[in-house]
Write a protein that binds this ligand. Structure first.
Ligand SMILES: [Zn+2]
Length: 300
């Protein structure tokens, strides 16, 4: 794994939204840096883009897999300095580019990297301006002399979300399916909480050794984090269902006020989207009914 520091040098990682579990916010890695290659494992390097925000944490992680021939996962935002840093680290060896999904902090860096390298571009779908050379489906593999990587369709955060499983190290490139130090925002209608929980169970079954997320440090206790993600969502769902039972009916803004205490005002829009995704899941299960992001929701 990555170069490790002594446990007494544990540090709190950069603050990101919805941190509700202190355990998930500590790491033993050296600090993340922008636009410099950091060795993560014998086969993997990470370059973090300089696009920090309350949505991206310290920034979007781009991963370079392989030493002889290089696969780039998530080239990141459109950012000349970031593309330059990727090209410098890869030394002319980039052959493939894969995107976990097409949100603006993950795939807009593709065209510049493609123009410089001619690499084959692969993703689930052409969205958000992305042009693929090959559409990946669940189970599709890239087999090179050095490594085997498998696409795992993981809808939930986005309908076209893929994780990439590096068999050699049992490492999962999780994109935004799982982040380090934070839970993930599920925004309906493309975001789907029911699908998200199924996709968590799907990657749990891979018997992972580590998770390399698009945001934050490498996760070295994957099962514990996936279990916490799952229980956190189910607890939130039960809480919202309970609140609606008490209140009879409510708008999403009222549920956010009752469920998230205290909440930084900047996070309220995300909390609303998250509550909406929970309500849609409960509606799919016939437990509640309601009317979109702004309407009134009630128990059935
Ligand atoms: Zn995303």
């Amino acid at each position: 794994m990555s170069p490790r520091r002594a446990p007494q040098q544990l540090r709190r990682s950069k603050s990101v939204p919805f941190v509700t579990d202190a355990r998930a916010t500590f790491t033993t890695e050296p600090p993340l840096v922008h636009d410099k290659a950091q060795t993560v494992s014998p086969l993997v390097r990470r370059i973090t883009a300089a696009n920090p925000s309350h949505m991206t944490g310290f920034g979007t992680n781009t991963y370079l897999v392989g030493n002889d021939e290089v696969l780039v996962i998530d080239p990141g935002p459109e950012d000349a300095a970031h593309t330059k840093a990727i090209l410098k680290a890869a030394k002319g060896r980039i052959r493939w580019i894969m995107c976990t999904h097409t949100h603006p902090d993950h795939s807009p860096g593709v065209p510049a990297l493609k123009a410089e390298t001619g690499a084959e571009v692969m993703a689930w779908s052409n969205r958000g301006g992305l042009r693929t050379d090959r559409r990946l489906r669940d189970g599709d593999q890239l087999v090179t002399d050095e490594f085997i990587i498998t696409a795992v369709h993981t809808p939930g955060h986005a309908g076209n979300h893929l994780c990439f499983f590096l068999e050699n190290e049992r490492m999962l490139f999780s994109g935004d399916h799982i982040m380090q130090g934070s839970t993930v925002v599920i925004t309906p209608p493309d975001g789907d909480m029911g699908a998200y929980l199924e996709s968590l169970a799907k990657v749990r079954a891979l018997e992972l050794t580590s998770i390399a997320p698009a945001h934050g440090y490498v996760i070295t206790d994957p099962n514990a984090v996936i279990d916490w993600y799952t229980s956190h969502r189910l607890e939130r769902e039960a809480q919202l269902h309970g609140l609606l039972l008490e209140m009879g009916s409510a708008r999403i803004a009222q549920l956010v006020e009752a469920a998230y205490v205290p909440l930084d005002p900047i996070l309220i829009p995300m909390a609303k989207r998250s509550v909406h995704s929970h309500l849609r899941k409960l509606a799919d299960e016939g437990k509640v009914e309601g009317n979109g992001a702004r309407g009134v929701w009630s128990v059935v």
